[in-house]
Design a protein around this ligand. Structure first.
Ligand code: GLU
Length: 255
């Protein structure tokens, strides 16, 4: 079970925060790690095989510039454990990058179709189809992220959660049978598979329902269902029992 995280804020740089939070979620298990940030309209990706601290030391993950970013620790299911298969995965024109948790069951047929349309794949993962499908839908919808997310999620089969970063500064996530939580603070918004991905910065969280799609545009977030309707989800407060270690079992959720 790997971890995904997304961050859109204004107070701190994204990369050191993403690295710190990926370390907090290490207990979930993984084989490789990577992050992507947005800087001056360009999405930068850095990733590799190993522990978060090792890859950070080797690749200087925490030095990627930018205040918006996504991160991932991978537990390989499709494709061997190597740097190319580590997440995030780029679209062809690098205008989108994606981190994914779970399995895309129909990835082979989507890959065949997308390859026929001219997309080039760099990894053996099922996850990379999401990046290329988003790119295709983004192009067809004239850069409408909501439309892009709806069309992409409608085409995917399997159990998955993913977070995508777009070169216009939007971060979007989808939850289909894998966890995804929104963390809300005054100065930043977070997306994570685990509350440990944002605790310390905020205890306010929205647990997405299955089938929810969330779009974070800098300091605002909106949640939609697959029929494009805005849906309201309650904001919960995650409280820690003081004195206990940062373990999942010590967490209580109160509405
Ligand atoms: N199926 C994807 C892969 O093998 C994601 C696995 C995961 O959940 O980390 O890359």
């Amino acid at each position: 079970m790997c971890s995904i995280i997304g961050y859109s804020g204004k107070l701190v740089s994204a990369a050191p925060l993403l690295v710190e939070k990926l370390k907090k979620m290490e207990y979930r298990g993984y084989d490789s790690v990577g992050i992507a940030t947005l800087n001056d309209g360009n999405i930068l990706v850095s990733k590799g095989v190993g522990k978060v601290a090792e890859v950070d030391e080797e690749m200087d993950l925490n030095k990627l510039p930018g205040q918006i970013g996504i991160g991932h620790t991978r537990w390989a299911t499709h494709g061997s454990v190597n740097d190319k298969n580590a997440h995030p995965h780029y679209s062809c024109s690098s205008n989108i990058a994606v981190v994914h948790n779970g399995i895309i069951e129909n990835y082979q047929e989507l890959k065949t179709e997308l390859t026929r349309d001219g997309h080039t794949f760099k990894s053996q993962t099922d996850s990379e189809v999401i990046a290329h499908l988003l790119e295709k839908c983004y192009q067809e919808s004239e850069s409408n992220v909501k439309e892009t997310m709806m069309k992409t999620c409608q085409a995917l089969k399997g159990s998955f959660a993913f977070v995508a970063i777009f070169d216009n500064g939007i971060i979007a996530g989808a939850r289909f049978d894998e966890p995804l939580i929104v963390g809300i603070s005054d100065s930043a918004l977070f997306l994570s598979s685990d509350v440990l991905g944002f605790l310390k910065y905020t205890d306010k969280s929205v647990f997405l329902d299955n089938g929810d799609i969330v779009i974070i545009d800098h300091n605002t977030y909106r949640i939609f269902d697959l029929n494009k309707r805005v849906v309201a989800r309650p904001i919960n407060q995650v409280a820690w029992e003081l004195g206990k270690s940062l373990k999942k079992e010590s967490m209580h959720i109160t509405p």
